[in-house]
Write a protein that binds this ligand. Structure first.
Ligand code: PMT
Length: 412
């Protein structure tokens, strides 16, 4: 599976660097083409000679060769790699990554990387727990980097707790799983809606909600990484996505989102509506700014927006899978089940505003999956990109069942 895959390993200054030669050996046994880049501090913990012997490639530490003055590109490895792994990832390097600092070769390669990037933090317990480190880890994940969580155990300081880098065998497992799943959505066309809608009251004001688009964008990135061709119909958000498999259609209002989704749904194998669509819009938006009046109350008359999910669910083709989200504050399961049936969806992903860390704006989510067979699967609190992976795995099962119904039951 890893045969010929170009894997760049970036090593930073942490005692866990001593485990990397073993990881390189495991990768080489699987046929990977391994290239190593070290920060200056990494060289206190592991020697370039050891690394280059096991990797069978020169170890890079600087963008130039001090002996003969020759220069090698400081970005080439990032551009050409199939996968980059930063392990161990120190608190210092993660902070620099978040800030876009490029003061060593590893960081310039990471900034130029076009491939998926995994990072495996390693540090002392209190450094790991520190708010800044936790925030930086979340920021890196929200940028699309994939976290290999550290484990609890004995640490170099003598303390015991979180911060111990994942073991080389397990890191190999993550890399293998990545390449295994890379193509499991190949050939699938996916339509995703994300973010809020804005319903104009007048030229300067609108009705909207707190959606940031993070959940929808995480799903778009995950499915694109797994080979799908994704059309992302996005309400106004601050996120950007730069993936060859993702085309973004920006919209503002629910009506615009409806038109874009209906047009794109015809081609889609899979439809996922994560957007928080405004249920109502002002019936008569003013063409000029509404002026404040000291005496009068202002009443807005609202009319319903089209329900996109309901329309797509009721008109779905055979073998097309339709997934809705439900955001609830009470009677969560009952309301979600009603949505599943009323909107004729195949799966509802329920998130509740009663769960801390779930729903709008956070980098995490806690969801429950409800399907037509009445199966209810509750997932723990996870980062939104991890939730996206779990949803993708469930969709794969459902797509498998759909194609069985379509092809195996057809007369010969
Ligand atoms: O964007 P984030 O900040 O990451 O937050 C993610 C999220 C909380 C927005 C997301 O996880 C979520 O729950 N999205 C659905 C929110 C919502 O509007 O739920 P609802 O129960 O009102 O709608 C149910 C389903 O119908 C949703 O799939 C919605 O996209 C769809 N819908 C609703 C109204 C409408 N007019 N058209 C629709 O298609």
């Amino acid at each position: 599976m890893l045969k010929g895959k170009k894997i760049v390993i970036g090593i930073t200054g942490s005692i866990a660097a001593y485990k990397i030669p073993l990881l390189i050996r495991l990768l080489k046994k699987e046929g990977a083409d391994v290239h190593v880049v070290c920060t200056p501090d990494a060289l206190h913990f592991v020697t370039p000679l050891t690394l280059s012997v096991v990797a069978e490639t020169p170890v890079l530490t600087k963008p130039f060769n001090e002996e003969d003055g020759s220069w090698h590109s400081h970005v080439e490895l990032g551009i050409s790699a199939d996968l980059m792994l930063i392990a161990p990832a120190s608190a210092n390097t993660m902070a620099k990554m978040c800030a876009g600092i490029a003061d060593n070769l590893l960081l310039t390669i990471w900034l130029a990387a076009r491939c998926p990037v995994f990072f495996a933090p390693a540090m002392d317990l209190d450094m790991y727990r520190h708010h800044t480190t936790q925030r930086n880890i979340q920021t890196l994940c929200s940028m699309g980097n994939i976290l290999i969580e550290p484990k609890e155990g004995e640490l170099a300081s003598g303390l015991c707790g979180e911060g111990r880098m994942e073991e080389p065998e397990a890191i190999l497992g993550f890399i293998q799983q990545h390449f295994r799943s890379q193509h499991d959505f190949a050939g699938k066309r996916v339509l995703i809606s994300a973010g809020p809608t804005r319903e104009p009251i007048d030229p300067v004001r609108f009705l909207s909600n707190h959606s940031t688009g993070k959940m929808g964008y995480a799903l778009a990135t995950t499915l694109a990484n797994r080979g799908a061709e994704v059309h992302l119909v996005s309400g106004p958000v601050d996120l950007r996505i730069n993936h060859p498999n993702v085309q973004v259609m920006p919209v503002n209002t629910a009506s615009e989102m409806f038109d874009a989704c209906v047009a794109l749904a015809k081609q889609a194998d899979l439809i996922i509506m994560t957007a928080a669509v405004a249920d109502y819009k002002p019936a008569h938006p003013a063409s000029e700014k509404i002026k404040k009046s000291e005496r009068d109350k202002l009443s807005l008359s609202l009319e319903p927006n089209p329900d996109i999910l309901e329309c797509l669910g009721k008109n779905k083709r055979e073998n097309q899978l339709v997934v809705g989200f439900a955001l609830e504050t009470h009677n969560e399961i009952d309301f979600a089940r009603q949505k599943l049936y009323n909107k004729q969806a195949d799966l509802i992903v329920l998130n509740s505003l009663n769960d801390s860390g779930a729903g709008f704006a956070t980098d995490t989510n806690k969801v429950t999956l409800l399907d037509k067979e009445n199966a209810v699967t509750e997932l723990p609190l996870m980062l939104k990109n991890e939730v996206a992976e779990k949803i993708a795995n469930r969709l794969l099962e459902l797509l498998g069942n759909k194609s069985v119904t379509g092809s195996e039951l057809a007369p010969e």
